[in-house]
Design a binder for this molecule. Structure first.
Ligand code: NAD
Ligand code: MG
Length: 398
């Protein structure tokens, strides 16, 4: 039986809700028992309160400081303490637990992931942006505190499961699979008028809005390349990307002797979350299973870098190192949200990232002093300022 005291940061989102659903099912089957210390959400107070009533955490936190009274009202009659604002989210993340799920979206998840890393808990990391911004220092911080970082992103979970951590020299390269997103076969001429509704309609995965846009531009695979480089200490030129539209093979590790190990499963985030929750054990739950005869065949193709330039921009940022990955992340996040707000054309998302990276590198943007989290946050703020002015310029020109 798996027993864990857990906190879920970003519990109201897609990964956060999947985490609680998995916990529910594992408990119902008698495979696990959980106590919840903290749940944090954003502006969906109703969902947060519903989760808090089910799990009875010590504290439920909304990141929106203006919604404290609303949350208190929604929790009336329970023993759950209500808190609000960014500092309260970080405080929740700092509480001692066995396991913490970091599933806030974007650089907004950085401070809380950084705080959780220092508690000695197992850090189940869905928030790839914090790893992209802080790099290996986030992993070092977890290790120094006596904890362990376990990736939740399905590709990295796959690699984690087949990677020989005791002998990394046995690995020739990592191969990340990509679904190709909703526009895998869309001719460039037709990509001009892509709407947010079209972009968030992912063929295989049901996810939050920002990662769905990232998936459509393939910036997500770019972020994941950087994430993989830090997690598995692998240089950019030993990380390949292959498009695999069925999303059944979640990634592969090629060994030096020519053998390649892959991890497979249905496209359901609860499986990599389950892996992170029980590792090195395995937790039984009514997981969806593969039906290979039904699938029939798996297909692969090379990514089209001309239609999806974000992938190559991420590789350049990774090779440049220093502040470049954090700049890539900030510019991409600004551009993705501007696109969702209908203030930027789909094809201009990558253009904003390219231009921001160029300007930041010309200006010699580097990490300042202080810890990696503060340094990354200053770079993030500066890169957002640059990206914001580029986005405004494009809007004025349109
Ligand atoms: P989502 O948008 O569905 O949920 C995000 C969560 O973060 C919500 O609880 C929201 O309230 C909270 N949040 C948003 N802004 C916040 C802020 N400023 N401060 C504090 N909390 C805030 O996103 P998601 O799809 O669940 O993705 C979460 C993370 O997991 C992302 O980093 C994403 O890249 C990663 N991820 C997601 C999936 C997936 O299948 N959804 C797969 C792999 C990795
Ligand atoms: Mg992924």
């Amino acid at each position: 039986m798996i027993r864990r005291r857990v906190s879920v940061l970003g519990s109201t989102g897609s990964v956060g809700s999947s985490t609680l659903d998995l916990m529910d099912q594992a408990e119902a089957g008698g495979a696990a028992a959980f106590e919840v210390e903290a749940l944090t959400g954003g502006s969906n107070i109703a969902r947060l309160a519903e989760q808090a009533r089910r799990w009875k955490p010590r504290v439920a936190v909304t990141a929106d400081a203006a919604r404290l009274d609303e949350l208190r009202d929604a929790l009336a009659g329970t023993d759950v303490a209500a808190a609000a604002g960014e500092a309260a989210v970080v405080e929740a993340a700092s509480r001692p637990v066995d396991w913490v799920m970091a599933s806030i979206v974007g650089a907004a998840g950085l401070k809380s992931a950084w705080a959780a890393a220092d508690t000695g808990a197992t850090l189940a990391l869905a928030n790839k942006e914090s790893l992209v911004c802080c790099g290996a220092t986030l992993i070092e911080r977890v290790n120094r505190a006596g904890g362990r970082l376990i990736p939740v992103d399905s590709e990295h979970s796959a690699i984690f499961q087949v990677f020989p951590a005791e002998a990394p020299e046995r690995v020739a390269k990592l191969v990340l699979t990509a679904s190709g997103g909703p526009f895998r076969q869309t001719p460039r001429a037709q990509m001009v008028g892509i709407t947010p509704e079209q972009a968030v309609a992912h063929p295989n995965w049901s996810m939050g809005a920002k990662i769905s846009v990232d998936s459509a531009t393939m910036a997500n695979k770019g972020l994941e390349m950087i994430e993989a480089a830090y997690l598995f200490a692998m240089p950019a030129d030993r990380i390949d990307v292959v498009v695999h539209p069925e999303s059944i093979i979640h990634s592969l590790v090629e060994y030096v002797d020519g053998s390649t190990l892959a991890q497979m499963g249905p496209p359901d985030m609860r499986t990599p979350i389950a892996c992170a929750l029980a590792w090195p054990d395995r937790i039984a739950w009514p997981a969806p299973k593969l039906d290979l005869p039904e699938l029939g065949r798996l297909t692969f193709e090379a990514p089209d870098l001309a239609r999806f330039p974000a992938l190559d921009l991420a590789r350049q940022a990774l090779k440049a190192g220093g502040a470049a990955p954090a700049v890539f992340n900030a510019a991409n996040e600004m551009a993705a949200f501007a696109f969702l707000d209908r203030k930027l054309a789909f094809l201009n998302i990558a253009a904003v990232v390219a231009e921001t990276l160029e300007r930041a590198m010309k200006a010699g943007m580097v990490f300042g002093s202080g810890d990696a989290c503060s340094a990354a946050l200053s770079v993030d703020a500066e890169a957002r300022r640059i990206a914001g002015s580029i986005i405004a310029g494009l809007a004025n020109a349109a």
